[in-house]
Design a protein around this ligand. Structure first.
Ligand SMILES: Cc1ncc(C[n+]2csc(CCOP(=O)(O)OP(=O)(O)O)c2C)c(N)n1
Ligand code: SF4
Ligand SMILES: [Mg+2]
Length: 290
């Protein structure tokens, strides 16, 4: 990565487009943390692309001075995969909402985790479909009243963090849009990570979930204890079963071959570099304990 000739500040990553989010929307916190993370890393705008689907949160690429594309509902990760595989040297960041990523895009999410796709995915989780005016999402807690579940959501909800850890993401974090300092540090680590780095940011929707969502999340907020071992999957999963508290930080992180690593390996073999390996040899490369 070449260093830009001038020192970029968070404001240098802002476009002239003014966010159209409702005043007080949690997504402002996510955007500001991202500006700070990009500046802390001095990430080259010309070598970075931010991709999204559709939703209030998916408007974010328009507000950041990098390459970007506000695409089709649920498809942020499919575009991210195309860009990363075609241009592996590019920093690829996918963003979007819980509806975008867990409902219509849920299948793409599982396969991005499984493949350990070299992308940072920031999910702005307000537990609702914001843009379409407040319908129940897969992350809406059971029993909560929404515009589409007037008598309370009858369905069990999904925890994106638990799903990511269970399906193979190599970095999984939880953040809160009201805690800029922690969120910025999480984003820096996620963007630096090789492999699929998933950051679930609790980002309140003041319009369709009410002011109380901020207050309730703030009251539950805890930081990871210093002695947490992020390579311990069982310990990481335990943080997804909390009810009265919400722990933020890098819950899980392991060093595994990424999709690009695997494709590079296949390319080298296909081009005849070295002896042709057996299936067992290939599996051993990726899973030393095989
Ligand atoms: C194929 C398709 N289906 C449905 C929609 C309607 N739609 C647009 S955004 C959205 C959900 C938005 O919720 P979320 O992804 O959580 O984002 P938020 O607005 O809450 O940030 C839906 C259902 C669409 N645009 N395209
Ligand atoms: S509807 Fe909700 S998610 Fe959308 S901009 Fe307003 S507060 Fe944010
Ligand atoms: Mg949402």
């Amino acid at each position: 990565m070449s260093t830009p000739a001038v020192q970029l500040k968070p404001g240098d990553y802002k476009t002239d487009v003014k966010p159209v989010w409702c005043p007080g929307c949690g997504d402002f916190g996510v955007l500001n943390a991202l500006y700070r993370a990009l500046a802390r890393m001095q990430l080259e705008p010309w070598n970075t692309v931010i991709l999204s689907g559709i939703g209030c949160s998916s408007r974010l690429p328009g507000y950041v001075k990098t390459y970007g594309f506000n695409s089709v509902h649920g498809r942020a990760l499919t575009l991210a995969m195309g860009v990363k595989v075609a241009r592996p040297e590019t920093h690829v960041i996918a963003v979007g909402g819980d509806g975008d990523g867990m409902a219509i895009g849920g299948n793409h999410f599982i396969h991005a985790c499984r493949r350990n796709l070299d992308v940072t995915y920031i999910l702005m989780d307000n537990e609702i479909y914001g843009l379409t005016k407040g319908q129940t999402a897969p992350t809406t807690p059971t029993g909560d009243r929404t515009k589409s579940s007037f008598y309370g959501n009858p369905e069990p909800s999904v925890d994106p963090v638990e799903l990511a850890i269970s399906t193979g993401a190599s970095l999984v974090a939880r953040g809160y849009s009201g805690d800029m300092k922690t969120l910025t540090s999480i984003m820096v680590e996620a963007i630096n990570h090789r492999g699929f780095a998933f950051v679930n940011v609790m980002s309140p929707c003041v319009t369709f979930r009410g002011d109380h969502q901020f207050k309730e999340l703030k009251a539950k907020l805890r930081h990871l204890p210093e002695d947490h071992d992020p390579t311990d999957r069982t310990a990481a999963l335990a943080y997804t079963r909390e009810t009265d508290v919400m722990t933020t930080g890098i819950l899980y992180r392991v060093d595994e071959p990424s999709l690009v690593d695997r494709l590079n390996h296949v390319n080298a073999v296909a081009q005849g570099e070295g002896p042709q390996p057996t299936t067992r040899d290939i599996l051993k490369t990726f899973y030393p304990s095989f």
